[in-house]
Design a protein around this ligand. Structure first.
Ligand SMILES: Cc1cc2nc3c(=O)[nH]c(=O)nc-3n(C[C@H](O)[C@H](O)[C@H](O)COP(=O)(O)OP(=O)(O)OC[C@H]3O[C@@H](n4cnc5c(N)ncnc54)[C@H](O)[C@@H]3O)c2cc1C
Length: 496
């Protein structure tokens, strides 16, 4: 079977790796526009912040005779009648099955003066690709000031990262409050206060209208309210748009993304599939990597006749939003920012302490935590994330959910030893890896977080779970030492 995959990003590369490993009859041609090995795009804002070395982002990829990767070459045309794809070098590739994994594009707002004959004006950029991140890092050494447009999650990460590198940063946001989709008024005000303390000036209810240059290089921006802000860089973090242009030209139905069914196939062509950020499945696209990796795994399983559990609603923890910024702990999950409507079955408890930049709100329904917002408190964030993702029953008085971690009281969920997690509990949400699988990998001889990552993929997405994996390794080692066993046997409930 000849398979052509368009896009060699986080999801396309994962799909190819799994297909080559699991289907001995598959021959795959991959067209990848970026002239790099596949890499972990999720950590690009950490590269900008100087926390992550770009060399460490490279992801594993399929190798061997049955896979041909054309790096730096992009698909220009799909002919569904002839079942061919033409690439930018003019080569025509025949397929039995075609997989679109073209990701998304950064949205470029309509700003006067940013477009030049050779692309964006020097100093103006988005943060989508490794080349954007390395370009920003290069420019930082010569820059004193930066304007970041958009105070969503990415804009907050970029603004705090640049401030941590010593730049004077202005964060410009169109709405009345930062992260308005996730945060209510009080939480947003407190997050804004924290940004100020970190050296980020926040201006809301305005946008960038014009980029002003001197000899072709950015010098200032003019906001829609007429204010002029001197700057050496403008970084636009204004959202993403699924990359559908090829699919549309090939007559595949698209709305926001390429329309596909639960089987990832186009409704009009059973030989064409779409996965990752470019796809619009029945439940809608999330723009998060966990969904794309799940689609990749399910598609390979369907083609190789294996059963794979679908991420069900209980596993779907993609509505946990975590800002990856040093100096700003900000996590929201489930219902957040919308709890002032007085829904009858919801009970919300909050504390708000602007003086120290702390806001915690929990929303409880039918004995479960269904939402939380945490600004400025690490202990609460990890305790409540654990309660939420593991769907644990909450105390009869929900205030205890906040008080316990704030008081540093032991016995909280996150403070518990990993021994107390069920084997069926998900540790790595990006890759849906359970504690049971991690313990099995440790039993099989993995002794470091990187070895567990290679064996199970846990920790290869956003990396949040790497600390828990480390704890599990230590706990297994302690168990083995206690029992004098060579093979550690970490007790856990449930199946793995
Ligand atoms: C800065 C940043 C931070 C993020 N943070 C998070 C996070 O914390 N958590 C999270 O879950 N997600 C995060 N994401 C989103 C995550 O990176 C995406 O969900 C994931 O990369 C999707 O994988 P994909 O393969 O669908 O698309 P991509 O990884 O974007 O790959 C698509 C590839 O296809 C290529 N391509 C496009 N058109 C063609 C063509 N015609 N021919 C050949 N190649 C083509 C592109 O150049 C690209 O290399 C973040 C994204 C960014 C940019």
């Amino acid at each position: 079977m000849n398979v052509v995959v368009i896009g060699h990003g986080m999801v396309g590369s994962r799909f190819v790796e799994d297909l080559i490993a699991q289907d001995p009859h598959a021959h795959v041609t991959v067209l990848g526009r970026e002239d790099t090995q596949p890499y972990n795009r999720v950590l690009l804002s950490s590269v900008v912040a100087g926390v992550t070395d770009p060399a460490l982002l490279t992801m594993s990829a399929a190798r061997g005779e049955r896979v041909r990767v054309r790096q730096g070459i992009w698909a220009t045309e799909i002919d569904r009648t002839a079942r061919t794809v033409t690439d930018s070098s003019g080569t025509v590739h025949r397929y039995d099955r075609l997989v679109l994994a073209t990701g998304s594009q950064a949205r470029i707002p309509d700003i006067h003066g940013i477009a030049t004959d050779r692309g964006l004006m020097p100093g103006v950029t988005v943060l989508k690709d490794l080349s954007d991140a390395t370009g920003i890092v290069k420019r930082i050494s010569k820059a004193r000031r930066a304007v970041v447009l958009g105070a969503g999650v990415l804009g907050m990460e970029v603004a705090t990262g640049l401030a941590a590198r010593g730049l004077s940063v202005t964060l410009v946001h169109h709405a009345a409050r930062v992260m308005e989709r996730q945060l209510g008024d009080a939480a947003s005000r407190i997050a804004t206060g924290s940004l100020h303390r970190l050296g980020v000036k926040v201006v809301t209810e305005t946008s960038v209208a014009e980029a002003i240059d001197r000899r072709g290089v950015l010098q200032a921006v003019r906001l829609t309210d007429g204010t002029q802000v001197l700057t050496d860089m403008l970084i636009m973090c204004a959202g993403t748009i699924p990359e559908t242009s090829l699919a549309r030209r090939a007559g595949l139905p698209c709305e926001r993304g390429v329309l596909v069914g639960e089987d990832c196939a186009s409704p009009v062509d059973g030989n064409v599939f779409a996965i990752g950020d470019c796809a619009q499945p029945p439940e809608g696209g999330t723009g998060l990597v966990a969904q794309g990796w799940d689609q990749a795994a399910r598609l390979v399983a369907a083609w190789t006749g294996r059963a794979v559990a679908r991420r069900d609603a209980e596993d779907d923890l993609t509505n946990v939003v975590r800002v990856k910024a040093s100096g700003l702990d900000l996590v929201t999950m489930g219902l957040s920012g919308k709890c002032d409507h007085g829904e009858r079955d919801l009970r919300a408890v909050r504390i708000s302490d602007p003086a120290i930049g702390r806001f915690v709100e929990v929303v409880v329904s039918h004995g479960l935590l269904v939402g939380a917002t945490i600004v400025g408190d690490k202990a609460c964030a990890s305790e409540l994330s654990a309660m939420y993702t593991r769907m644990l029953p909450v105390p009869s008085d929900p205030a205890h959910l906040i008080i316990r971690p704030l008081a540093g009281m032991t016995g909280g969920v996150a403070a518990k030893s990993p021994k107390d997690m069920d084997n069926a509990d998900t540790v790595c949400n990006c890759n849906t890896v359970t504690k049971g699988r991690i313990v099995a990998a440790i039993d099989d001889g993995c002794t470091s977080v990187d070895e567990v990552a290679r064996a199970t993929r846990a920790g290869t997405g956003c990396g949040d779970c790497r600390a828990v994996v480390g704890e599990l390794i230590q706990a297994c080692a302690a168990d083995a030492a206690d029992s004098g066993d060579k093979v550690p046997a970490l007790a856990g409930r449930g199946e793995g």
